[in-house]
Write a protein that binds this ligand. Sequence first.
Ligand code: EPU
Length: 429
Amino acid sequence: MENYLVNGKVKLSGNVKISGSKNAAVAILPAVVLTSETVALENLPDINDVRTMTKILETLGVSIRRRGRNTIELTPGNLAKIAPSYELVKKMRASYYFMGSLLARYGRAEVPIPGGCDLGPRPIDQHLKGFSALGAEINIEQGMIKLSANKLVGAHIYLDVVSIGATINLMLAASAAEGRTVLENVAKEPEIVDLANFLNAMGSSIKGAGTDVIRIDGIKKFSGVRHTVIPDRIEAGTFMLAAAATKGNVSVEDVIPKHLEAITAKLRETGVKVIVEPEKIKIEVVKPLLPSDLKTFPYPGFPTDLQPPGMVLLTAADGLSVVTENVFDGRYNQVDELKRMGARIKVEGRTALVEGGSSLQGAPINAPDLRSGAALIIAAMMADGESRVSGIEHIDRGYENFEQKLVGLGASIKRVNHINSGQMPGNPE
Ligand code: EPU
């Protein structure tokens, strides 16, 4: 069992390079099975979710060659299986994208109901409604979603809720459906656009990605392609917020600033100096932080994945800030741990009141999920004294070289082995 030992009261400073997008990579990897030809993917983040995804592809029969830390070549040929194993699927939610891609290629898929970060209820009704509209038959048996279709046929589908996962799954399935599919009220995130660019390079005809209506003319044959994954806007935002929360001076590099406008705007509201250049954003704290209200929304709003680190930033601003989580019910896993560090936060339903301004104290804390985990590391870097952070396997799922990048910015953070003696409050396994 590994933990992080973090010593606080550091101001981050220097440059950090941002890796490829986790959420784009985990959508593009399942899409590879649409072709039998070779696909080369560059700028893939070296994280556990990508390792799990490539393992699933291997077990389905895809041959994989690594061409460096962030580049792989994948050749699906004719797959050996259409049923990823529960042991792998349960490790990450995005494994359910194999529903869309296997259905498109083989007219059949058997995928266990997925796991993923515990962020409150995460239904998949919109995915299933869309598959059904495209002509798939759906049976749920013993925790397994079984999909089959003699033929997928294009349809007009209106999503009741804006869902990234449903948008991706339906883009994948509709890519191979006969005729035109129109998806309405879809997600507009940059990861959706990256997937559409990838599918179009394979021969698909997808128009409108990045707006709330996507039109897809299905095709029969997908070709091999070389594709570079976009930068991870959530990793970039995490470092921007970490720089501000530690009152530092950091240049966040290899980013697409357009994807980060909501974070840039929020930081400026809190009084942080933000300089935007073509592929980098410089963050500098030059005066006391101001409180600010933070509301999460689908893109281009402030991302829910950055609400936990955003809340940590607000604990350093003198005064009352109101956080409203609009995307997930009760995504406040970080709050109890932050309170143990001395933060003054009160949650009522989807709203959290953050009374900032008093300093945090180091404590043993547990990372309950990926983004809350990153937020708690930021809190530990701000706090007085040492924090021992458990649950760091969540962070390894989604941040490439997290501690090395932080150490490069001057943080005192060390990965250590820890045998749980059962004496550390806040470290339930
Ligand atoms: N929803 C439904 N029905 C559905 C699908 C979604 O009601 O069929 C609801 C959800 O319960 C939620 C809202 O719609 O309230 C949005 O969920 P969405 O489907 O957009 O989320 P997701 O696809 O499961 C992705 C990211 C998450 C990120 C959310 C929101 C990936 C692999 N995951 O999840 O990322 O928090 O969008 O932006 O892309 C992370 O990276 O740490 C992470 C959790």
